[in-house]
Ligand binder design. Structure first.
Ligand code: ASP
Length: 397
């Protein structure tokens, strides 16, 4: 390591650049906190597209709330969020509407339906709109994003954006995330990729992304799959495309759904009781997602609850609590071939046959995380209550 005495001195031009960048980074926070007037030019003109004199495409912001707008003393509105982005109009003409201004976990399923219907209506009535940006709290952002991925039937981008730090916090990254969300929404390469989640310079598919850390800025990850692309200074860059059905290819029609059915998620853990499963059924669950251990194991003590649910026609989807990995549809004829491990006694008995029959009628979540499997199951139940139909949906979406 060079000593202080031998370390090369920074050229004065670098020192100046560092000072300018520091000022540039702080400005959006100041602008966000004391919006609406944007105070500065963009930090780097090189990041802006060349001016052609042609009006920029229009993108509509639908703001729902979340930390990105949660300024102490009063939440930022959609108008204020847009006003806090200096230089936005070099990329895009932003329109905005306030859908709600609450944290993500406060949004109801009725509001999800309303939001999806609204997004469809906007796209239907505005053929020239380039795309939508939806701001949302990060806690359940991945669920709403996947819901929009399945229900907005248009190939124009729906970009979901949030932030981990609020506008009153030093290092608020919401303004940068929002600007990047607009840039992704306006980029023609974003078409046909479904709903996209943009935070921290990264673009993830709504189907794959999950919040992996309660606090850190790099929380949104697509685990084994990785990002679809990145938002760099000069341009938006994609590396791969989602292959499952979504948006314009989706068969889910929210205009025909009055309300989403109750679907609960129950986790497998040591000695987990079956009575919680029974309670969910007795309280009206039409579907259950079991976040099984590893590749599909339930606790022996949950079997009675699963049998109770199956007898009442409740659809059971098996996912994994492992965080990634695929649960395959059950094809075996015996308990030994089943991933679920209940009481191993009684092979060939009536109990055994019951178990195998139940396994055949449960649905495998494939690689969907339990919260996403729940989203798909709620929509699936609006089209069918037949396990084989629902299994097809889990394979295709
Ligand atoms: N509590 C917030 C929410 O989900 C968290 C966030 O936005 O980051 O609305």
């Amino acid at each position: 390591m060079p000593s202080a005495r031998t370390a090369p001195l920074l050229p004065s031009s670098l020192v100046v650049a560092a000072v300018v960048l520091t000022v540039g980074a702080a400005a959006p926070l100041a602008a966000a906190v004391s919006s609406p007037a944007p105070a500065v030019r963009p930090a780097s003109r090189a990041a802006a597209p060349p001016s052609t004199g042609v009006p920029r495409p229009r993108v509509r912001l639908i703001a729902t709330g979340g930390t990105i707008s949660n300024r102490s003393g009063g939440r930022l509105t959609a108008d204020e969020l847009v006003a806090s982005l200096p230089g936005l109009d070099t990329w895009v003409r932003a329109e905005r509407e306030q859908f709600s201004n609450v944290s993500s976990s406060e949004l109801t399923l009725a509001q999800w339906l309303q939001l999806a219907r609204r997004a469809n209506e906007i796209f239907r009535s505005d053929r020239d709109l380039a795309g939508l940006v939806v701001t949302c709290g990060t806690d359940t952002l991945e669920e709403l994003a996947y819901f929009l991925h399945l229900t907005v039937r248009d190939d124009r981008p729906v970009v979901v954006v949030g932030s981990m730090r609020n506008p009153s916090t030093l290092g608020y990254e919401g303004a940068a995330n929002l600007l990047q969300g607009f840039r992704v929404a306006v980029d023609p390469a974003s078409r046909g990729l479904g709903a996209l989640v943009v935070l921290n310079d990264e673009i993830n598919s709504a189907r794959e992304v999950t919040k992996t850390d309660a606090l850190r800025l790099h929380t949104f990850q697509s685990r084994g799959y990785g990002v679809l692309g990145v938002v760099d200074q000069d341009r938006v860059v994609y590396y791969r495309r989602p292959v499952k059905r979504h948006t314009a290819e989706s068969e889910f029609d929210v205009s025909a759904i009055q309300a989403l059915p109750r679907v609960d998620i129950l986790m497998v853990y040591q000695d987990a009781p079956g009575d919680l499963i029974k309670a969910a059924v007795d309280n009206g669950a039409k579907g259950l997602v079991i976040a099984t251990a590893g590749a599909g194991a339930t606790s022996g003590t949950q079997e009675d609850g699963l049998a109770y649910a199956a007898e009442r026609g409740v659809i059971i989807v098996r996912g994994t609590r492992a965080g990634s990995g695929r649960i395959a549809p059950f094809r075996g004829a015996t308990r030994q071939a089943a991933p679920m491990v209940g009481n191993a006694e009684g092979q060939g008995s009536q109990e055994e046959n019951e178990f195998v029959r139940r396994m055949r009628t449960t649905v495998a979540a494939e690689d969907l995380a339990p919260v996403k499997a729940r989203v798909l199951l709620m929509l699936a139940l609006s089209t069918s209550r037949e396990p084989s139909d629902i299994q097809r949906l889990f394979a295709e979406y």
